[in-house]
Ligand binder design. Sequence first.
Ligand SMILES: CC(C)(COP(=O)(O)OP(=O)(O)OC[C@H]1O[C@@H](n2cnc3c(N)ncnc32)[C@H](O)[C@@H]1OP(=O)(O)O)[C@@H](O)C(=O)NCCC(=O)NCCS
Length: 191
Amino acid sequence: MVPDAGSGRHHAGMNRYPMYGPTPAVTRLARYTGSEFDEIRGDVPDPFEVQGSGLVWRPTREHFGVRLGERLVAHAGYVPVPLAVGDARIRAAGIGSVIVAPDQRGRGLARSVVAAAVEHGRGRGLEYGLLFCRPDRVPVYERLGWRLLEGDVQIEQPGGPIVMPLRSMWLPIKEGVVWPSGPMRLLSLPM
Ligand SMILES: CC(C)(COP(=O)(O)OP(=O)(O)OC[C@H]1O[C@@H](n2cnc3c(N)ncnc32)[C@H](O)[C@@H]1OP(=O)(O)O)[C@@H](O)C(=O)NCCC(=O)NCCS
């Protein structure tokens, strides 16, 4: 098991947040549209705080969420993405659209939904997780075992490749893998 890359199963028996009661189950969502996003974000207009970046994103393909009663309160998306790193070509488990309802933060829900999305990639034989985030979100993902990628990462945008202005992080999701060395280029829009 990769330390803290965590599957839902891995954490099922060890409740890190006992003060909130049992850890809510993560489920695979049949869809994640604007209305599901609105349900989670409440009245926060730009919860990711990246609208000002002008970046164009690709949607995630699979969706993992937590419901409390009827209410969706957390989401993480998964999409496999192609990358060139030096001479290596890899496909990573792209994790995106991670969000927890403002009144439900700090009780491990991001940990749970990210773990489920990562586990999905692991189940498909992928060896690396990849995500992009603002610098102030880096500590959250570091707590989940993710590592900062040093150096520029090129990404695709409609006008051609640019250097990603956000932070790029990776996670080993297979025992013992190391990130290849060399220039990094995401061969798609970011997720
Ligand atoms: C970022 C976000 C998803 C975190 O959700 P959350 O459910 O509160 O996170 P968790 O409770 O699962 O916390 C996971 C870990 O990160 C830590 N953490 C949470 N918020 C943190 C913060 N602001 N700074 C540092 N660490 C933080 C927690 O302590 C926890 O570590 P621990 O279990 O070792 O104590 C949530 O704040 C959010 O939705 N923000 C708005 C949208 C966003 O920015 N999404 C991320 C896009 S990349």
